[in-house]
Design a protein around this ligand. Structure first.
Ligand SMILES: [Cu+2]
Length: 327
């Protein structure tokens, strides 16, 4: 009886020791990450004590067009820009939720690059990050200016140059693999090519539809128009009745196959990619896959508050919603 009892106790102790021994071993195996892997994996808490805090101004970004430094060379207009990549900043995406953002010129999205059709665009790209990065602009240019095969190492520099074409609104983003990581962390921006003759006078603004996967499960936890969830709902965009409003919209949401944009109390003319001068549809709802973009134009007849948001309800409830305040 006693022997049986002690044997049972011994067996239980043996099982417990084996279990915790293995668990400890598995745990010690899991801690074999490099410092960079720890930071990127999300498996290990990283308080990013040394990270610089990004404070993004969604009001300023909306209207902030960068026309570059202009050099006139006979008939040729040269527009020069400098874009610097970093990957060590942190941003408070939502109260108490910090995320390691990767930035172009210290911002997510990067600067809105704006040029005229036929301009020579010259962009000096400097990689001040800890990882490889590039600049891949959508549009027409030589293969070596495509920012795919000429990887720019940390501390490196590359000068991109092309003649601006075609007219429209295009995205630019880093094109280093894994792409979803480099885009998901924020390395993208908007590139507008204006027609030589210009467009009709309008109140113009830029909206980048983006999202943030803050718990590393390949699903976004927050969505926004211009990075800050709910920003334009709390701070409505002021416009006037009978004023033409032109919005350059670019969808950069990673992980989700589609995004969309619905406007309340009105319909808008939609110009996909902004390449055609004739509106393709008069609607209140467009659906966009990643890097799909276009120009929307509308004007309000009646003053008041009007919502605009993703009609994918999950996205709007997680931040992609705003208001136009029509005066
Ligand atoms: Cu990158």
């Amino acid at each position: 009886m006693h022997i049986k009892f002690y044997l049972t106790i011994f067996a239980i102790v043996l099982i417990i020791c084996t279990y915790f021994g293995t668990a400890n071993f598995a745990q010690s195996e899991k801690t074999q990450f490099s410092e960079i892997e720890k930071k990127e994996s999300g498996l290990v808490l990283d308080h990013m004590i040394n990270a610089h805090l990004l404070e993004f101004d969604a009001e300023k970004y909306l209207y902030d067009f960068d026309y570059g430094d202009v050099i006139q060379h006979d008939d040729l207009t040269i527009r020069q820009f400098t874009i610097i990549a970093n990957d060590d900043m942190s941003m408070e995406i939502s109260p108490g939720v910090f995320f390691n953002v990767w930035t172009f010129n210290g911002s997510v999205p990067g600067p809105t690059i704006r040029v005229n059709e036929g301009d020579l665009v010259r962009i000096t790209f400097i990689n001040n990050g800890n990882k490889d990065h590039t600049l891949h602009f959508h549009g027409i240019h030589d293969s070596e200016m495509d920012g795919v095969f000429e990887i720019v190492n940390p501390g490196g520099k590359f000068v991109y140059e092309w003649i601006a074409s075609p007219v429209g609104v295009h995205p630019y983003h880093c094109h280093v693999m894994p792409l979803e990581e480099h885009i998901g962390h924020g390395l993208y921006g908007v590139y507008i090519v204006d027609p030589k003759e210009g467009r009709q006078q309008a109140e113009e603004m830029v909206m980048v539809l983006n999202g943030f996967d803050t718990d590393f499960d390949m699903e976004n936890n927050f969505y926004a128009a211009n990075t800050v969830p709910f920003y334009y709902q709390v701070n409505p965009i002021q416009i006037n009745t009978n004023e033409l409003v032109r919005v350059y919209v670019v969808n950069m949401v990673e992980f989700d196959p589609i995004n969309n944009l619905h406007l309340h109390g009105n319909l808008y003319d939609y110009y996909p990619t902004g390449t055609n001068r004739i509106s393709s549809i008069f609607t209140d709802m467009i659906t966009l896959s990643q890097t799909e973009r276009g120009i929307i134009e509308f004007q309000y007849d009646f003053p008041g508050k009007y919502l605009f948001h993703a009609h994918k309800v999950e996205f709007s409830e997680k931040g992609w919603v705003g208001l136009f305040l029509v005066n």
